[in-house]
Design a binder for this molecule. Structure first.
Ligand SMILES: [Zn+2]
Ligand SMILES: [Zn+2]
Length: 358
């Protein structure tokens, strides 16, 4: 069968190949026919050879972790049947396994020896078919056929918000205002998920005001501020007390300003995986004083557990109910998977590019 693959560690190695063996499901596994796969920054970085590893002795890695497929065959007893729409989770437990991995919380793995489909140690979903243990398949209603490929990035958001809310149970809290930094897919999905929870949400990003993303957010009742016109440091005076900050820019420059936006007892969610090293001149005394005297909180979050996929399905459904057709507009480009190389070139107007397999 055909698949989109890379040679991990080799720069610009993305290619379409036709010699990938059909999946041979192990006992108890399902076979899924892929409908769509989302392309994200992680895929671009693997294509650039920055990280990624192939399974076992395979000379290539089938790319892709943002996925949508339809069940072709599945053993009985898992609540799934042929024809069901499914999205697979990405991370698989470590070999030990550690306590979180043994408790279906692979996203919180302590050993770092987990594997991730399409990223590290396991083939991804940019192939015509794949096989998988049904415990890693999350079913979606057919009404979500046109947005379901957004579920995986949506789970990053779900986990971040869930963790923030759980941690904030430390106090009587009535959050009103949230700021999301970055207007990529995760930023826009975070803004939508927070808006659905009743927050007044402002997205701050580089793109000028009045462009596609600004208008898209406006339709959902979300404010947009261009950091080209309003520096982040002005946002605090402009907006008043900020209870929650969701950092999703991918930029190291934004990390410290993100924390500094927080109002008293506010919580800052860091979700960008930043490569390389970066030294900044930071006034630690002031930063620490604000953290301590304001009971402020900053935490990092990555990946997601099955329950975040299930919560994401509920949010995608809720969004469709509240604002029919809005979520689908986040998919700004659809290409046949044989054009995968073209999918890597992005314009500032692009939100999510999706490869179509069927
Ligand atoms: Zn991704
Ligand atoms: Zn583990």
């Amino acid at each position: 069968m055909k698949a989109v693959a890379v040679v991990p560690g080799n720069k610009n190695s993305l290619h379409v190949r036709a010699d990938v063996p059909e999946p041979t499901p192990a006992a108890g596994e399902a076979v899924v026919r892929v409908l769509e796969a989302g392309v994200c920054g992680t895929d671009v970085e693997i294509h650039q050879g920055l990280y990624g590893s192939a399974p076992g002795a395979s000379p290539y890695l089938v790319l892709g972790h943002e996925n949508l497929g339809v069940v072709e065959t599945v053993p009985a007893g898992h609540g799934l049947e042929e024809g069901d729409l499914v999205v697979a989770t990405v991370r698989r437990p470590c070999d030990e396994p550690c306590r979180p991995c043994a408790s279906d919380q692979n996203d919180m793995c302590l050993t770092g020896r987990f594997q991730e489909r399409g990223i590290g140690g396991l083939h991804g979903f940019m192939s015509e078919r794949y096989s998988e243990n049904p415990r890693y398949l999350v079913k979606l209603p057919h009404s979500l056929r046109h947005t379901a490929v957004l579920l995986e990035p949506m789970t990053i958001v779900q986990k971040g918000i869930e963790q923030a809310l759980r941690i904030q149970e430390r106090m009587a809290w009535d959050p009103r205002r949230a700021v999301v930094l970055g207007a990529g897919p995760v930023g826009i999905l975070a803004a939508a998920a927070l808006r659905m929870r009743g927050y007044q949400v402002t997205v701050a990003a580089l793109e000028p005001e009045g462009t596609f993303k600004d208008l898209l957010l406006d339709e959902a009742g979300i404010d947009y501020v261009s950091t080209g016109r309003t520096p982040l440091s002005d946002l605090k005076t402009k907006l008043g007390r900020i209870d929650l900050v969701f950092e999703a820019t991918g930029s190291t420059h934004v990390v410290v300003p993100a924390m500094q936006l927080l109002g008293p007892a506010g919580v800052c969610i860091l979700s960008s995986v930043t490569g390389g090293t970066k030294n900044l001149d930071v006034d630690v005394a002031t930063w620490n004083r604000e953290m301590v005297l304001g009971n402020r909180l900053v935490f990092g979050t990555v990946n997601a557990a099955r329950r975040h996929f299930e919560a994401g399905v509920r949010d995608l459904e809720f969004a469709e109910e509240r604002l029919p057709g809005w979520m689908a507009k986040l998919i700004t480009r659809r290409l046949p998977f044989t054009d995968a190389l073209r999918a890597l070139d992005r314009t500032p107007e692009d939100v999510k590019t999706v490869l179509e397999f069927a």
